[in-house]
Structures are given as structure tokens and as C-alpha cells.
Design a binder for this molecule. Sequence first.
Ligand code: 5GP
Length: 216
Amino acid sequence: MDPSKWIDVTSESFKYSLDHFVIPSHYQKDVSSILIPHGIIMDRIEKLAKLIVEDSKGPLVICCVLKGGHQFFADLVNEIKKCNTVLGQSVPLSLEFIKVRSYHNDVSTGTVSISLTDEECQDWKNKNLLIVEDIIDTGNTMVKLLHKLQEFQPASVRVASLLLKKTPKSNGYVPNYVGFAIPDEFVVGYALDYNEYFRDLDHICIISVSYILDFG
Ligand code: 5GP
């Protein structure tokens, strides 16, 4: 792993107390700490957008991996649009959505289902794709998705993932753009869910063990 490509988040240095930030009251008991506050996420996305625009020579098809990637996708696209307007760059964007599912509760099921039809993807031939994902854990989902995308003969495919989990279960896959490398813990918030809960939490948080025992 190349630590210069991302912010290395360690359990010791980055666990913020819940008392120091605002958390919706319906989640107070369900998360144990804040790993990445929302403001830091937004500042990091501003930089990722700049890097992506600098590396882009022409139009970009930005593909959101649903559901977990939707918040990162929305904020990243906004920042790329700002590069086009404020900084005077010119990267025409088109936006696409891919639904992928591989997790049940906090456990990877090992099977990855990708909802993509040939009609949806036929326009991707010879285009430059940017896949926007919330988190790479084992890397199996992304490797499978990238393999599938080759069927549509894009000119290039790059991947931006907000989070990269430091886990011994990794298959070694590393995205082109990474926001933060995080400890091997189950995180929620900023559209990352646990069975559809916590998507409406702004900060990226560590789920509490008691929540998993009660509802897992
Ligand atoms: P992978 O195939 O890389 O093991 O897993 C990728 C997918 O698993 C992600 O897109 C995400 O949906 C889910 N995932 C992996 N780790 C976490 C986590 O810590 N929290 C949440 N909410 N989802 C995760």
C-alpha cells in the first residue's frame, strides 16, 4: 500500500468522542465513536476532485455504485463541477448508476450481484469511466465489477473509493483514488449502512458492539 495516496486513519489517533460532535439522537447509543468527521470528509473530497480533473483529458462518465456510494458520488460530482466553473477546467460529465450488493449485516456474503443491463452500458464503449465507490474491504466486489465492465469496451476505467479498509482479507486491489485508509472495523454513516440504517448520519462512525449483538 502507498500511504502517500491517502490519509492513514488509525484507531488510536482518530477516534473522536461522540460528545464533541452533533449526532442525531436516534443514533447516540448505536455508534461507539466518530472515525472521520463530516468536515474532514468534505475537505478530502475537494482534493480528490482536483486530482481527478488534473488526470482527465476529456469527457468523463462518472458511475455511482449504489447504494453506499451515493453521498460520496454527489459531493465528488459537486466538487468536480466547481473545478469546471471556478477553476476554468473543462471536463464534460455524464452520470450513471450501478447497483451492487455483497453484504448482509456486517458480513461479506462472498457473492456479488451486479445490476447492469447491456442497454444501459452500450454507450460506454470508448468512453473514460470513473467508478465511485464508498469502501473497498476485501476488494472482491470491485474486481468483479471491473471484470464485468470490460465487456462494454470502455477506453479507460478509473476507480475512486472514499475508504480503503486495512484488512488481512484484502485481495490486494487498490483504487486509483482513495480518501482514507481505515482500520479493520465495520463503519457506518455518510451513506454507509448496517441493514439500511445509518445512511442519514453525516460522520463516518464505528458501530457499537451492543448494536450488532442486539440487531445483527
Ligand atoms: P468488498 O467486496 O470489498 O469486501 O466489499 C465491498 C462492499 O462491502 C462495499 O461496497 C460496502 O457495501 C460493503 N462494506 C464493506 N465494509 C463495510 C463497512 O465497514 N461498512 C459498511 N457499511 N459496508 C461495508
